[in-house]
Design a protein around this ligand. Sequence first.
Ligand SMILES: [Zn+2]
Length: 66
Amino acid sequence: MKCWHCQEELIWGGDHTYEDYCISGEGIVTNLSCSNGACDVEQVLVYAGDQDADSSEGEAISPEKA
Ligand SMILES: [Zn+2]
């Protein structure tokens, strides 16, 4: 994924759940930063909602297992 501002490659910083960002629903927030130090873009957050309840990734949160 490239920065839309300077076209340099974005650096993956990590993934967080919607819960970590106090967002209702289920999804993943991916944290990216621009590799260009002179670029004005300091951070890019990608919000990817989990629309499919039957995700095959095996990381679905099961409240009943708490
Ligand atoms: Zn940039």
